[in-house]
Design a protein around this ligand. Sequence first.
Ligand code: DLL
Length: 432
Amino acid sequence: MYWQKDQECRPRPELEKLQLERLQRTLGRVATNVPFYRNKFNELKLKPEKMTTLSELQNFPFTTKQDLRDNYPYGLFAVPLRDVVRIHSSSGTTGIATVVGYSRNDIVTWSDMVARILCGAGVTPDDVIQIAFGYGLFTGGFGLHYGAERLGASVIPISSGNTKRQIQIMQDFKTTALVCTPSYALKMADVMMDMGVNPNGLSLRYGLFGAEPWSEAMRAEINERLGIRATDNYGLSEVMGPGVAGECQECKGLHINEDHFLVEVLNPETLTPVAPGEVGELVITTLTKEAFPVIRYRTRDLTRLIPEPCPCGRTFIRMNRVLGRSDDMLIIKGVNVFPTQIESVLFDIEGTEPHYRLIVERENHEDKLTVMVEAVESIFFDEMKKQRALIDSIKKRLASELGVGVEVKLVEERSLERFDGKGARVIDKRQL
Ligand code: DLL
């Protein structure tokens, strides 16, 4: 199912021609309207109007989150404020917030991009969509909301939190599609159990999850517990919000809306392109945004592109689910470890619950990673021998997956905090 079939299935040569035209226009517009870009282009003697191939983008400078902070709040806007109809902001955990703006046309484009993702996941105007992302400065709530309305579905703008009420409404309003973070979907499954609500008795069929990294194993868990078909969707506020990429029903990677976003995958150290299909940092240039275009924005998200055509017929390239952020990557005794790798192992082990925390410490100048994972209640009634056997088997599986030894601690069911929005599962005490 497509939202804009002609655009989503455009032959690649035509798509690339369109990308070049749109890229030239975007570069020209930021050179004229945004002093930050104009100065950088002048310093490097770059002339957007002379560009003849897409690969010349590689000569242009990167934009980083720090650049957005340095130009707080409106320094990178490419239109006067009177043409801006919406402002979003991401506070981040530390430091100055970043601010992004949208023109009237940007909101239309954004809604279409999200409608494409909803359609790709199987949602139709007949569906009832419960949007359990926060509404506010975060782009998740409003982004999905406008897309769902554009599609013509019935939208329940419940926002995040108050989980029991979410479930009550899901029952009463016959919600067919749930939209939130994957962590919150799992929390809902727990609360349903507490309430004695059988997920199979609900009308729920689809789950569109995003805004944080998750694993295939977590997808399987959510699908099973909620009796739905979960798809992954990706985006970031600096580039637009949700709507940058999303999975079709094949569930084998996320189609990038390439007629609006030009992507590169680069080695994060050398900042040169990785070999096709290799993992690297995703760098995005917007092709149509008016109010807040970004050139070569370094997302810090690690992924790889899947160049093979998709059976669904879309010609947009797919990206692998995000493996993690380059700044979330833990370096334990020199070995690179991604939280999602640990998650995959934990989800696969009998006797553990899908809730964990990773604690990183430094003891005697050595890194120590402790994986705290909830275990099923019966384990604690068993003899110590059984607990120890479970710990040992987790340790062994993790050591072979990660290539570095870790400590494992079993904690009681429900003892770790649950998340309504983005989960924060890593506690790195080395930075304190
Ligand atoms: O999280 C936008 C969004 C909202 C996407 C709702 C999807 C659904 P930010 O708050 O700016 O925007 O955070 C962006 O979240 O750089 C990734 O690190 C992470 N992220 C977003 N989607 C995914 C995903 C929104 N599907 C940052 N998988 C991004 C993994 C994701 N990470």
